[in-house]
Design a protein around this ligand. Sequence first.
Ligand SMILES: Cc1cc2nc3c(=O)[nH]c(=O)nc-3n(C[C@H](O)[C@H](O)[C@H](O)COP(=O)(O)OP(=O)(O)OC[C@H]3O[C@@H](n4cnc5c(N)ncnc54)[C@H](O)[C@@H]3O)c2cc1C
Length: 463
Amino acid sequence: MARAIRSLPYDVAVIGGGSAGVAAAVAAARNGARTVLVDAGPMAGGELVSGLPLNAVLNARGEWVAGGICRELVEACRAMGGLVEPYFDWRSLWLVCVDPEIMKIAVARLLREAGVDLLLYSFAEDVVVEDGRVTGVFVLNKNGRSLIEADLFVDCSGDGDIAAMAGAPWEKGGEKGELQPVTLIFRMMGVETEPLLDFVRRHPENVGLGECLLEPRSKADCAEALYRQGVPSVFFDGKAPFVAKAIERGELHPCGILAVCPLSTQRREVSLNTTRIANLDATRTDALSDALPKLLDQVWTCADFLVKRVPGFEKAAFSGVAPRIGIRETRRIMGEYVLTGADVLAGRKRADGICKGAHELDVHGAGSAHRREMIAEGGSYDVPFGCLLPKRTANLLVAGRCLSATREAHGSARVMGTCMGMGEAAGTAAAICAADGTSLRQLSVPALRERLAAQGAILEGTH
Ligand SMILES: Cc1cc2nc3c(=O)[nH]c(=O)nc-3n(C[C@H](O)[C@H](O)[C@H](O)COP(=O)(O)OP(=O)(O)OC[C@H]3O[C@@H](n4cnc5c(N)ncnc54)[C@H](O)[C@@H]3O)c2cc1C
């Protein structure tokens, strides 16, 4: 028998506590809504705490495009000594790297200070829908099976679980069912930056460098600039000789990139983004479970390769794996507007934009396949409010990786700066509707934009 898990029904229930969900819950609570954030895992943060750099916080021109809650989290990490200052990767992107251990603390504090009720270890497994309205979400945890009731729901599950269960239309992967690979991020500490960057300077042909159309420079010049910058940020190219030959020799798994990004200056620790299994449907728990031992084998083989073959890693130690397998692509919920690849590449601005995307179009394939295309002039595009409004639902928003987008556009908008912007907009919109009884489709988008701008969101004034 299901029972209400807390005494009061909520104004806003956010399901999924990753970058989008954290921002959504904090925004809803700060805007006066009684808010609960539900997550299946033991900790909030999702991919924010897996050791990945934050993309689309700045555009390729170095302009900040993410403000609001995203910027607050970045500043909280800085205040705790857990930020590597934003830098240009001498490929095509500006990156913000944070210490994931410090981000865990920053996220927990932000939620607590905003007054969000956090319900962890709780899997949302079913919905109650009445006349197109979601009235409740069933969660399963050690308390038993409980019903979370709220006026508005925000689906930040990454996979769009709530929207799919509520009957919203969705698409998954490409026309032939192809899906971007899943990856287990891992970490190495005690890495020496100087020999690593000197190696890149001597062999720039092996590294993604000098791709930025705004600042066309030779790979050699970029490698020199990277060396002088002194940040251990190196994107070994899976098709270039150094990695390709290692794959041939069986020393590495087939991969498009072997990306090294800094995490902690004090621990001389970096994250490695390289392991992969393509075309795995991560909404299938059995498939995801089977993938873990294979990914861990790739991790261990790659850690060994780094120590034996990559200067700067000779004395480095393996220091851990991300809390979960990273999922790039599952469901895209179809909403009132579907963001397109053309919107992204043209850097299209819109009067109904609720946050900015600025990451290149970035679709990983199987093995070393990888499609990447820059946004016009290294600028940004607007994500319209309609991308958060799933069709065939009345009081539900989506934010984060499950936004309404084509597969191409999703390849850009899925990154964390943009996910946090969408989350902040969704949480704010939900709170406004809960407070004044407006429906999501009657909500004034100009008024929402005004509220977001007052909260520090960046909606205008960048390329
Ligand atoms: C390998 C990899 C590399 C990437 N590289 C970068 C990068 O360099 N920079 C960048 O900015 N982005 C990168 N991304 C993309 C980015 O990290 C994610 O797309 C983004 O973090 C998604 O945020 P989210 O909040 O939508 O989902 P997540 O962060 O995945 O959070 C979803 C949360 O929902 C919870 N959940 C799911 N289903 C349920 C349910 N039914 N009930 C309750 N809780 C549920 C999960 O436990 C999880 O905490 C990468 C992604 C991957 C996988």
